[in-house]
Design a protein around this ligand. Structure first.
Ligand code: HEC
Length: 509
């Protein structure tokens, strides 16, 4: 794939730091003095035995062999992988290189990749073996391996991993390890205190059980893992709460990849002897992975845009941000417009890459006073020019859970001062979803309604016309739209029913 490209960034580095290339009298760029410290710090974490990098970069010989390719991939910022646009928002876990480091790779390759003085060679850091976050307090593993077939549709399956905790427990970090990383696409964790998950597992003859949102009402959402997620401890003394006797339920999304395989994934827990320092939660915009956003991307569309906004109903502080879409996702952006009218970027990604779903951690928490508006823009490239497009020729794509469907959400992790603020924020997110449900029903688009049918319970048995009729009855001024006031009874009705409650478990509870 890599050809002779000298990217703008590499060129700029050379222009900015010409001394690296041809300074008279300046010490030459060498592996031991200049390159090894960067490679050990910024590359070897992934590029070493047993990690996700396709080859090791842990000694002179192996690094030298790739000197030219490394100059290219650092120059165009493909490596280290980091997809937030440079220079827009400062993140504490930013692993991208500084321009002068990029220039060193270019200069070193140009100079023929000299080794330099072995006396100045840095020692390879002591990398953690096995679990990246060190020895966990508890590891929960799928009781049996699950066989993923070679071909066929994506599979969503839940597995119960009993935790056997005899007391309430606070957890500061969770690390997921896929059994077979080639087929595990993403996972969601739940906690079940009702015993229902075990019952459903017992009824299903195969390992684990099926079933998505309908059963989730009793399950508490704990977080998730995607391809590319790097585990880390919760910041600022925040903790997850695990009630005693809970079972961990892991919903795994498998994507068959042409070869039958077995998966037996595990999850490691790091306990904390302190409770959470503050209540915290997430604000997904739009909620529930954009399920009610009405995402409908025409075949061939080069830049299909989806927008959503949410006004923060309570003071809170944002500490990280994360984006999720599938293969068509391109721009993923969120800004915050504060009550004083100023605007700040939360996330700007011009080249979304499905493989790298990061939690971008802010260097300092960002205060979001009540009334701050979060604006999200997500764009999708459904043309044949998008090399990641899973379908050739492109076809119309709507919201759905498979990797060949689309989704879209940007999620802020936020902390509050009080539980009441957190609950009021959740309630506002439910209202957001109720409004989107009303919008979709009023539009009466077939594709969306087909998707909603399964989720609507009893109401889904009706025709679309029947589901819309009670809404249209609220349209007192007869403009075929529902104003904010006209919507209130419909929102109250929707919030009373099971629909949003069932969804709640996979979003923000
Ligand atoms: C977070 C993990 C990670 C880090 C850090 C990382 N890499 Fe990689 N690297 C990968 C993965 C995974 C691939 C395989 C291609 C892919 O999946 O994008 C890769 C591929 C490569 C390739 C082959 C590119 C190609 O197109 O075939 C080169 C060269 C490379 N990395 C160099 C580096 C250098 C140099 C650094 C440090 C400056 C670095 N990587 C840091 C994970 C990482």
């Amino acid at each position: 794939m890599i050809s002779h490209r000298l990217s703008a960034a590499a060129l700029a580095s050379i222009v900015l730091f010409p001394s690296l290339l041809r300074a008279e009298g300046a010490a030459p760029v060498t592996y031991n003095k200049d390159i090894a410290p960067i490679v050990y710090q910024n590359c070897a974490g992934c590029h070493r035995a047993g990690q996700i990098g396709p080859f090791a970069l842990t000694d002179y010989a192996s690094v030298k062999r790739r000197a030219k390719q490394m100059a290219e991939v650092t120059g165009d910022r493909t490596m280290p992988p980091w997809h937030a646009d440079p220079g827009v928002v400062a993140y504490s876990n930013d692993r991208s290189l500084r321009p002068e480091q990029i220039a060193l790779f270019a200069a070193w390759a140009e100079a023929g990749a000299p080794e330099g003085d072995p006396a100045t060679a840095p020692a390879l850091p002591a990398f953690p073996d096995g679990w990246q976050l060190g020895k966990p307090d508890q590891v929960a593993t799928m009781a049996e391996a699950y066989t993923v077939p070679a071909e066929g549709k994506d599979i969503y399956r839940k597995f119960v991993m009993p935790m056997n905790l005899d007391r309430d427990t606070w957890v500061k970090a969770v690390e997921f390890r896929p059994g077979d990383p080639k087929v595990v696409h993403h996972i969601l964790y739940y906690l079940d205190t009702s015993g229902k998950a075990r019952e459903m597992d017992a009824k299903d003859p195969e390992p684990g059980f099926r079933g998505m949102s309908q059963s989730n009402g009793d399950f508490r959402y704990l977080g998730g893992w995607d391809v590319g997620t790097q585990p880390s401890e919760l910041p600022f003394g925040l903790r997850w709460f695990i009630p005693k006797g809970s079972d961990l339920v892991v919903q795994i999304h498998y994507h068959p990849n042409g070869k039958e395989t077995k998966d037996q994934s595990s999850v490691a827990f790091h306990y904390s002897d302190q409770p959470t320092a503050r209540p915290w939660s997430i604000i997904p915009v739009p909620p529930h992975f954009g399920m009610l956003q009405g995402i409908d991307i025409p075949a061939g569309a080069k830049e299909h845009i989806e927008k959503a906004s949410f006004v923060v109903p309570q003071d809170c502080e944002a500490f990280s941000v994360n984006a999720h879409a599938h293969y068509l996702g391109k721009r993923m952006e969120m800004t915050a417009t504060f009550p004083d009218g100023t605007t700040k970027w939360m996330l700007k990604t011009s080249q979304w890459d499905f493989k790298w779903q990061e939690d971008y951690a802010f260097v300092e928490p960002i205060k979001l006073p009540k009334g701050t508006r979060l604006d999200v823009l997500m764009s999708y490239d459904n043309s044949a020019d998008n090399p990641a497009n899973p379908t050739t020729p492109p076809k119309r794509v709507v919201w759905g859970p498979s990797t060949t469907d689309e989704m879209g959400v940007i999620t802020l992790a936020v902390m509050f001062d009080t539980k009441e603020q957190k609950e009021a924020t959740h309630q506002a997110l439910r209202v957001f979803l109720a409004n989107q449900l009303i919008d979709r029903l009023l539009e009466g688009e077939d594709s969306t309604f087909g998707m909603l049918r399964g989720q609507l319970g009893g109401a889904g048995d009706k025709s679309m016309e029947a589901a819309r009729r009670p809404l249209l009855a609220l349209d007192f001024n007869g403009d075929a739209k529902l104003s904010e006031a006209e919507r209130l009874p419909a929102i109250a009705f929707i919030l009373k029913g099971p629909f949003i409650r069932n969804l709640g478990a996979i979003g923000f509870d």
